[in-house]
Design a protein around this ligand. Structure first.
Ligand SMILES: Cc1cc2nc3c(=O)[nH]c(=O)nc-3n(C[C@H](O)[C@H](O)[C@H](O)COP(=O)(O)OP(=O)(O)OC[C@H]3O[C@@H](n4cnc5c(N)ncnc54)[C@H](O)[C@@H]3O)c2cc1C
Length: 402
């Protein structure tokens, strides 16, 4: 890893370079391989190796456990940077950061999880997620499978229909019912290191329209381990207080970055057309570009507002579990996923055949296919129906803040 230098040029070994500078180097590598990763539907191994090399997998772990203690805005900015280079790489990084946030917010009270946080930072471990289950779909707050505990150990079998980069992760965080006799919503989350007692038998292959590099195959998952690997807090609290918000924020950051890159390509196209135009008038795509800029601005404002609200609520369990907060982060997911698609579609209208074709400087086909996953990554209809229930119990907060 490169190190910062003081004004005399001496190396400051303890102070790593700014994360954004390290991510700039990773993004260059990701951009170089993005088309091939997409075409072949292969894991972006070069990007993940670079993230590890640059120490960017542990940045959100608190400094006392060997990380850099980055907050939500800083992590979201890193995701946006990477998403402008490769959507799949950014989604992998976002999902890793979502899982990391569960450790940061809910791992402190358990010795096992504190020790694992140190490992994430020191060994640059990559975390994956197994919430989706056959028969449950994206209904995150219900499980069919259950952990069974005996003699300080647990066992779990799960039909996990989608585990992104499951074959490449260092640990999988899986949801399950607390016990075989527990209700479907009485869930826990367990950390399953892939170098431990875990077998993953592939049951489906991720051959999709977009986000092809996430390699989100389905697996028959069988694991055993120490009962201490189960987060002490119920999953209902983890979901409400960290996972819902961090998922919607970091996913939205990914979609914002992809849309921004498509927009940049469209902008370059319009600028080129303007230079060629003898009369100095506005090229045909100009108005569409302004429309796209307004949508991006809306996405940015919504994302920044949700991050601000999340950070302000941290440490306050009532605020984090409030109906207003859940409705706001749900709205972010639904709005950002729809706007990202709209921006990329505008970019394609502007760039025309050069945007539609692969391999031109203005190509946005990969962007369009990648963001097409956004509205179905936990279906917007499912999220809207959850919000609708919340709306029956609350009033819309019209305050614009301090
Ligand atoms: C790129 C990508 C990566 C992913 N990675 C992971 C991962 O690593 N781990 C993981 O666990 N999951 C992952 N998922 C899965 C994801 O999180 C959801 O579980 C999945 O998108 C839901 O799939 P589904 O459409 O089959 O399911 P369902 O949730 O069953 O929805 C099916 C359809 O039913 C309708 N529907 C369902 N409920 C309602 C409702 N209440 N109101 C109205 N309509 C409804 C909707 O039209 C919906 O499209 C990933 C998904 C994507 C796109």
């Amino acid at each position: 890893m490169n190190v910062a230098r003081n004004i005399e040029g001496a190396a400051l070994a303890s102070a790593p370079e700014a994360p954004s500078e390290r991510m700039r180097r990773v993004a260059e590598i990701a951009a170089r391989h993005a088309d091939e990763v997409d075409r072949e539907g292969r894991f972006p191994a070069e990007t993940i190796a670079a993230l590890k090399r640059e120490g960017l997998l542990g940045v959100a772990i608190p400094t006392k456990y060997g990380g850099e203690g980055l907050g939500t805005t800083a992590v979201a900015n890193l995701i946006v940077q990477l998403a402008q280079a490769c959507g799949s790489s950014a989604m992998i990084y976002a999902m890793h950061q979502i899982k990391t946030s569960s450790f940061v917010m809910h791992g402190e009270e358990s010795q096992w999880h504190r020790a694992y946080m140190r490992r994430i930072a020191a060994e640059q471990l990559l975390l994956a997620s197994a919430t989706t289950e056959a028969g449950i779909g994206g209904n995150l707050r219900n499980s069919i499978c259950a952990v069974e505990r005996a003699d300080g150990r647990f066992s779990l079998t799960k039909e996990a229909t989608v585990i992104s980069y499951g074959k490449y992760a260092d640990a999988i965080l899986a949801t399950a019912r607390r016990a075989p006799d527990a209700a479907s919503s009485d869930q826990v989350m367990v950390v399953i290191p892939t170098d431990g007692n875990l077998t993953l038998e592939r049951t489906s292959v991720w051959d999709t329209l977009g986000m092809r590099g996430t390699c989100s195959d389905g697996f028959h998952l069988v694991a055993t381990g120490e009962a201490d690997q189960i987060f002490p807090r119920p999953f209902s609290e983890i979901a409400a207080q960290s996972m819902l918000a961090s998922s919607h924020i970091y996913w939205a950051a990914t979609w914002f970055g992809i849309a921004a890159d498509a927009f940049n390509r469209a902008q370059a196209f319009v600028k080129q057309a303007a230079r060629k135009q003898a009369d100095g008038g506005l090229p045909p795509g100009g108005l569409r570009l302004a429309e796209g800029a307004a949508l991006l601005q809306e996405m940015k404002g919504h994302l920044a507002g949700a991050i601000h609200r999340f950070d302000a609520a941290k440490g306050n369990e009532d605020a984090l579990s409030s109906i207003g907060f859940a409705a706001e982060v749900n709205a972010l997911k639904v709005a950002a996923s729809a706007k990202a698609v709209a921006v990329v579609q505008l970019a394609m209208l502007i760039t025309g055949i050069l945007g539609y074709k692969n391999g031109t400087p203005f190509s946005v086909g990969r962007h369009l296919r990648d963001v097409a996953s956004a509205p179905i990554m936990i279906s917007n209809d499912r999220i809207l129906s959850n919000t609708a229930t919340l709306m029956l119990m609350s009033r819309f907060d019209t305050s614009l803040g301090e």
